[in-house]
Ligand binder design. Structure first.
Ligand SMILES: [Fe+2]
Ligand SMILES: [Fe+2]
Length: 298
């Protein structure tokens, strides 16, 4: 039997349509064709199912199935004005969901294009600085694991993932003589090198879909104690995404050979992170990283 939608909560836009359908069924079929309504048993079951599950694709399928049921009903009992009304409600419903499905598909394609573009930039940096090849992806992997362990939502994880992948993108603006120098940098050279977060931020800030990620790029060399760069931000004034990327960056950078520094052992990096917790890094993030991310890595 047709169940009323009084058990449905939320989903205001959709609820409007459901209510309308429910009213139509009640008003037209129950009044004018009390016996024939039993022919709509599958209709009622499906209707009830999509209320409970609220899955877009399933709802689209259900709308199609309902329309098929209505066709059967029409063949059996003829075309009635009540039937036409119900059909038009479900036709609209079906069209809306076809449209929604198209939009979802376009969004997915757009997201893929964005991600491919970002990957391309990452590759461009690695071509210039082959010794740090894999570093951007390494930082991204650890930052995402960390963000997940910290219970961040999908949207926040995506921002952190992009920020991590692009954190050093500003190095594209650093001259080779400094970027690839094997010896320690002079004070002046270090000053130029330290501009890479600003260069990266300048590169990304006008690109709307990358604006949220730009914060992690700009602030990944800030320090918890306020002694970092470029803005000398302190504690929670540093965006969370940047604090996460900072820990992941430190981990990945020290585990691999770099132009002017040999790789450290895993134990040495762990000890270093412990020592710098609360000074260079957010202590809570270091705790989660060492306790859960590294633990899970085995
Ligand atoms: Fe950096
Ligand atoms: Fe880095």
């Amino acid at each position: 039997m047709v169940k009323h939608s009084s058990n449905v909560k939320g989903y205001s836009g959709l609820l409007g349509s459901l209510k309308k359908i429910d009213i139509e069924i009640t008003r037209n079929f129950k009044k004018s064709a009390p016996m024939e309504i039993y022919a709509f048993e599958p209709f009622a079951v499906l209707f009830d199912e999509f209320i409970k599950k609220y899955d877009e694709l399933r709802m689209y399928e259900i709308a199609c199935e309902l329309l098929k049921s209505l066709d059967e009903f029409e063949k059996k009992y003829g075309r009635t004005s009540e039937l036409l009304k119900i059909q038009s409600v479900f036709e609209k419903f079906k069209k809306n969901y076809e449209l929604l499905r198209e939009i979802k598909k376009s969004n997915a394609e757009l997201k893929k294009t964005y991600d491919t573009t970002i990957e391309g930039w990452g590759k461009a940096l690695e071509l210039r600085d082959s010794e740090t090849e894999g570093h951007s992806h390494g930082v991204m992997d650890f930052a995402v694991k960390l963000a997940k362990e910290m219970g961040l939502n999908d949207e926040e994880i995506q921002i952190i993932s992009r920020g991590a992948l692009l954190h050093d993108i500003g190095k594209i603006g650093i001259p080779n003589a400094i970027l690839l120098k094997q010896d320690a940098l002079t004070e002046d050279e270090q000053k130029i090198m330290n501009q890479h977060p600003t260069f990266g931020y300048e590169m990304l800030k006008e690109i709307s879909y990358l604006q949220p990620a730009a914060a992690a790029v700009y602030s990944h060399h800030e320090r918890w104690d306020g002694k970092g760069y470029p803005q000398s931000l302190k504690g929670e004034k540093i965006p969370l995404s940047a604090r996460i990327v900072a820990v992941a960056n430190h981990w990945d950078a020290h585990l691999h050979d770099r132009p002017n520094q040999k790789a450290w052992t895993r134990e040495k990096v762990i000890k270093d992170l412990q020592e710098k917790s609360g000074k260079m890094f957010d202590p809570e993030i270091v705790k989660v990283f060492l306790g859960k991310v590294i633990d899970n890595e085995g």
